[in-house]
Design a protein around this ligand. Sequence first.
Ligand SMILES: Nc1ncnc2c1ncn2[C@@H]1O[C@H](COP(=O)(O)OP(=O)(O)OP(=O)(O)O)[C@@H](O)[C@H]1O
Ligand SMILES: [Mg+2]
Length: 305
Amino acid sequence: MKAHQAGRTGVDAITIRDVTYSYPDGSLALDGVSLKIVKGERVAVLGPNGAGKSTLLMHMAGLFIPQRGEVTILGLPVNGRNIHKIRRNIGMVFQNPDDQLFCSTVYEDVSYGPLNLGLAKDEVASKTREALRRVGLEGFEDRPPHRLSEGEKKKVAIATVLPMQPKIMIVDEPTSNLDPESRRELIDLIKGLWERQNFTLVVATHDVDLIPHVADRTIILNQGRLIGEGPVRETLLNPELLRKARLELPTITRLFHLLEEKRMARGGGRPLTVDEGLEEIQYLIRELKRSRKSPVGKRLSSVER
Ligand SMILES: Nc1ncnc2c1ncn2[C@@H]1O[C@H](COP(=O)(O)OP(=O)(O)OP(=O)(O)O)[C@@H](O)[C@H]1O
Ligand SMILES: [Mg+2]
């Protein structure tokens, strides 16, 4: 059973306790952040530009050692001694794929991890091919990464972490700069990987419309501080909380809020996604047809007139 189905009673994957982080120029990026993520969970870190999301993810990946506070990953405190052991279990997909892809071919980039593990050449080759197949980029082996489209680069960046079979997958802004089709492909890819493999997933984004597809819980950051957290539905339906983080309700939710104000939708039926919106409209039409005596039916038939 996945962690979100079991409730948050599972074993901790990541614990962050009172972490504060400033960059060398003095910019305060994290200010006393504490949170827990349990194994198998899917968590979105939501916040506007500059909120500290990437900085928090660097701590979750064991790439930054906390300046103040404590970070524990898979039971090990992050410090100079543990760092290599910890990093081996984590797949970090950076916000900018150019920070991830530094070789002259896609094959070299994807095979870099398994080669460093000291695996035999044919095992490296089969793991590399398998990772490229998973992200739908078979045949891209000899392509130079810097010539790929943004969507292809993001997929290669994900492929580079798959051969390591990470226990925790951390993805920073998976859908930024993508066209609608690439965005859909990336969402399906991340969802599919999480469903098939048994990792803990952390996704950072400022895209509220993305979150219901890839997460079950939201952590909201603003100006380096954690300002809220909870199940996706609760957090994304909370306009005050989102406004505090200079964010808006998901697009479909906004539409249904307006319909409610015009008494053209029921209070409480709050879809987050296009699919949920469709279901809600189908429900409203059914109610209208079925019974003009039902509260929703009555309300809708009065609007019709
Ligand atoms: N290398 C750096 N040197 C100095 N300041 C930095 C550096 N990287 C980030 N910052 C600052 O730290 C704060 C948090 O940045 P961070 O990149 O973690 O935010 P973010 O939420 O990921 O933003 P975005 O949505 O734009 O990716 C910002 O004020 C930023 O200007
Ligand atoms: Mg960022």
